[in-house]
Each structure stands twice: as C-alpha cells, then as structure tokens.
Ligand binder design. Structure first.
Ligand code: NAP
Length: 272
C-alpha cells in the first residue's frame, strides 16, 4: 500500500471513530422508551449527555433503555408521562430540571400513528382529538414548559420529530398528517420567536422507520412492497439513522441551523 493509500485509510478510520460530543449537556427526550426516541437516548448518552426521557406506559422498555444508556457513564433517568396533558408535561420538565440542574436540549419525539385506515367520513371526533392531543398538543406542552428554562439560560436546542406525512399528506391518515404538518409550522414560528434568546428550533422528518409504530404495515407482504416501492434507497430506516440527524441538530455542528426541516427518508420525499 502506498503512502497516499495509507493516509486515506487512516483518515477514514479517524472519521469512522469520530463522535459528535454533547459532553456536559442536559437533554430531555420524549417517548424515549422505544423506536426513534430510544435510539436517540442511547446515542445522546454515547455522546456524553445527561438524559431524562419519558415513556407513556411501557415501564419495562424504559428500564431497558436506562440500563443500556447508563453504560456510557452519564446520568440517565426515565419519567412516566402522558404528554397530551399539560400537568404531566409540566411535571416532566420540572423532573428534568430537578435531576439534571439545567435543560439544554429538548427532543419532542413522542407520537402515535394508527395503522387502521380512517377515510374522512369515518374518522371520528375521538380519533381526531386523540391524534392531535398526542402528536401536536404534547409538542406545544413540553416546549411551553421547557422554553422558560432555556430563555433563562440564554441558550437551547429544540428538535421536534415530524414526518414525511406532514409535508405530502397521507391519504386515509389525514389526522396524522395534519398533526405532523402542524409540528412543522410550530417549529418554523418558534424558530423566529426564540432566536433572540439563542434557542434554535428545528424538525427532523423521518420517512418509514423500522419501529413498533410501522410494524403492522411492514409485517404484511403487500404493505412492505408498497412502502419500499416509494423509497429510492429501497429500504426503511433503522431508528439509529434518525437519531443521527437529531444528534447533529443538537450539536455544535448546527449552530447556524434553525427553522429547518431535516428530511431523513431514503429519498422518498423530494419536497419540503
Ligand atoms: P414508537 O416506537 O411507537 O414509540 C412511541 C413512543 O412515544 C414511545 O416511547 C411511547 O411510550 C411514547 N408515547 C406514546 N403515546 C404517548 C403519550 N400519550 N404521551 C407520551 N408518550 C407517548 O414510535 P416511533 O416509530 O419511534 O415514532 C417516534 C416519532 O417519530 C413519532 O412522533 C412518530 O410520529 C415519528 N415518525 C415515525 C415514523 C415511523 O415510520 N416509525 C415515521 C415518521 C415519523 P410507551 O413506550 O410507554 O408506549
């Protein structure tokens, strides 16, 4: 191997070992017990952050994420919260501040989707309200209580998790796409509003990701075939592949990025 090739190999090895640092940062991740949220908690811990994450019902999954994340030596705590309720969002932010002493990064990730088709004429008020409560009101609620802490610190990062669905719509799941589209407009409005406090607000918008949420569709042959047909990379994302761009948005590599929608979808949405 010539010197140039050796240097190139060394460079790749160094880059391969490169890790974005969140050392000394305090982060709150909502919906961290499973899927994208769990991958984010683990990656943040690996990057050196102290993390509080919430779960809704799945205490066992939360305990597992705590255990796996603690091996990196930072402080990791979980907290049960139904974030569609203002009181519980308040409690979660207070818990984070009490345990970590500050709040530098908020990832508003918790959300639901319903695999059942809901044509508009059959979509019930209850289904509409539940979707909007968990996917949109929860984002407002945690930011409402977290923002004053960040304003007082004169710095912060807020990353909301939206979806391709919030940009191109989703037939038979219009309540989901409406909630995710609204998360994007909330992000854009807040990015201007909070810029004067040195708080950056962005969205990460995944396409299909291999999690419990997408399982019912991806498990059927027909569902998987139709999903993959619309993705140029011809596969769905792993949760880690969404956590990476979330880490980027939270890091010192993104100090001039705000009001953006970071699309992570294997090429599936060429808009937004
Ligand atoms: P997931 O595996 O189903 O996990 C959802 C997480 O949200 C869990 O931690 C769950 O807690 C929590 N949660 C559910 N209802 C809640 C509530 N009422 N209050 C507080 N927390 C609640 O989902 P995921 O696939 O990782 O999705 C994470 C985010 O990415 C969501 O906002 C989703 O819309 C978005 N997204 C996902 C995909 C995809 O293909 N998977 C694509 C685009 C966007 P428990 O574990 O306790 O139930």
């Amino acid at each position: 191997m010539g010197l140039d090739a050796e240097l190139a190999t060394l460079f790749v090895l160094l880059l391969g070992g490169y890790m974005i640092s969140l050392a000394g940062k305090a982060a709150l991740v909502t919906g961290g017990s499973r899927g994208i949220g769990a991958a984010t908690v683990k990656l943040f811990a690996q990057a050196g952050a102290d993390v509080v994450f919430s779960y809704h019902r799945n205490r066992e999954a939360a305990a597992q994420v705590e255990q796996e994340s603690r091996k990196h030596g930072t402080r990791i705590e979980s907290c049960k919260a139904d974030l569609g309720k203002m009181k519980e969002a308040k409690k979660l932010v207070e818990f984070t501040h009490e345990r970590l002493g500050r709040l530098d990064i908020l990832v508003a990730n918790a959300g639901i989707w319903n695999e059942k088709d809901a044509p508009i004429e059959q979509l019930t008020e209850r289904e509409w309200d539940d979707m909007l409560r968990v996917n949109l009101k929860s984002v407002y609620a945690v930011i409402h209580y977290a923002a004053p802490r960040m304003i007082a610190q004169r710095s912060g990062r807020i990353i909301a998790v939206s979806s391709t669905s919030g940009q191109r719509g989703e037939a038979f799941h219009t309540h989901y796409s409406a909630s995710k589209g609204a998360v994007i407009s909330l992000t854009k409005g807040l990015s201007s509003e909070l810029a004067r406090h040195n708080i950056l607000v962005n969205c990460v918008a995944p396409g299909w990701v291999d999690t419990d949420m997408s399982k019912p569709t991806l498990e059927t042959k027909a569902g998987r075939k139709s999903v993959l047909a619309a993705i140029p990379l011809a596969r769905v994302a792993k949760p880690d592949e969404i956590a990476g761009p979330i880490l980027f948005a939270a890091s010192d590599l993104a100090t001039f990025v705000t009001g953006e929608v970071i699309n992570v979808n294997g090429g599936a949405v060429l808009c937004g």
